[in-house]
Design a protein around this ligand. Structure first.
Ligand SMILES: NC(=O)C1=CN([C@@H]2O[C@H](COP(=O)(O)OP(=O)(O)OC[C@H]3O[C@@H](n4cnc5c(N)ncnc54)[C@H](O)[C@@H]3O)[C@@H](O)[C@H]2O)C=CC1
Ligand SMILES: O=C(O)C1=N[C@H](C(=O)O)C[C@H](O)C1
Length: 269
């Protein structure tokens, strides 16, 4: 037990934070050594197991991330963009692997992770599941095989609490489609149609976001041409798939050189 890699979970009270804590506690390959929440959060100072409504886990929720990271081999972070940028600096200081699931980061925010990656391993992906990462590879292949007679649309659906759109997964799938086509997503991205939009532009990659209820995460990549359609689909029904992927990434990163990686690297796809 003592030799197992120690993991800190940030955003401990969140939907993913709680799922990650349970996943690490249930694992025989890692141990939970820290739980971080934002300053002023009601859980700070409480045992994280008790705060979650269960038995004590011997880990007190803290709002001092560096103190927690210093005791860990990996930090698993599903929080918010500003917090993730700050955590990247602290995880690098502690030489801990930083697994980032946070989505909704701008290009400028993503660029701010680079200095940390000179000192520590960063694994970042908008979706940590095996199924979605496999779907990105399929999307790339299908997009490469078809020409612009096929309009590409990415349609995603999530629960009503989600704050960013399109989802990180939708953007991963859009990037994969653009790569297959040999174009830059930024040049062909069409998000948020509303009003008199004009006819669809040939070669564009469109995005539609649905928000409702407790949908965990659903993604379709639609290839639509005259007379036929292909739909590639992933349905997430349990957040455990993301937590399992994140833990796998934390363990995978233990013997890697500092740098930025993604789940395609971790899964060897
Ligand atoms: N990459 C993937 O596979 C997945 C990514 N996500 C992403 O993970 C993120 C979190 O999702 P949820 O858990 O649903 O959200 P949530 O809102 O339930 O949880 C976020 C947590 O982060 C905490 N937090 C925010 N700022 C903080 C700070 N400065 N220090 C410490 N804690 C802080 C909040 O208090 C909250 O507990 C989102 O960006 C979401 O899109 C979610 C599922 C899968
Ligand atoms: O916020 C979520 O819940 C999810 N976020 C990720 C995304 O933005 O794609 C992954 C998953 O779909 C759930």
């Amino acid at each position: 037990m003592e030799d197992l890699p120690g993991i800190v979970i940030t955003g401990a009270s969140g939907r993913m934070g709680q799922m990650l804590i349970n996943t690490v506690v249930d694992s025989d390959k890692a141990k939970l050594v820290g739980a971080v929440e934002r300053e002023g959060h009601a859980w700070v100072g409480q045992d994280v197991g008790v705060a979650m409504g269960g038995a004590a886990l011997g880990v007190t929720v803290t709002d001092k991330p560096l103190e927690a990271f210093a005791k860990a081999q990996a930090v698993i972070d599903f929080t918010a963009p500003a917090a993730t940028i700050e955590f990247s600096k602290l995880a690098a200081q502690a030489r801990a692997v930083h697994v980032i699931g946070t989505t909704g980061m701008t290009d400028d925010e993503i660029a701010q992770l680079e200095p940390a990656s000179y000192h520590a391993v960063i694994v970042r992906a908008g979706n940590m599941s095996l199924g979605v990462n496999l779907l990105t590879q399929l999307t790339k292949k299908v997009a490469a095989a078809l020409d612009e007679d096929f309009d590409i649309e990415v349609i995603e659906a999530h629960h009503h609490h989600k704050v960013d759109a399109p989802s990180g997964t939708a953007l991963m799938l859009g990037e994969a489609a653009a790569e297959g086509r040999g174009v830059n997503l930024a040049d062909v991205r069409d998000s948020g149609r509303d009003g008199i939009t004009g006819a669809r532009k040939r070669g564009d990659i469109g995005f539609t976001a649905i928000r409702g209820g407790d949908i965990v995460g659903e993604h379709d990549v639609l290839f639509a041409a005259a007379g036929e359609r292909i739909v590639l689909r992933h349905l997430a029904t349990d957040r455990a798939i993301f937590a399992r992927g994140a833990l796998k990434a934390a363990l995978w990163g233990q013997d890697k050189m500092p740098g930025q990686y993604d789940m395609v690297d971790v899964l060897g796809l």
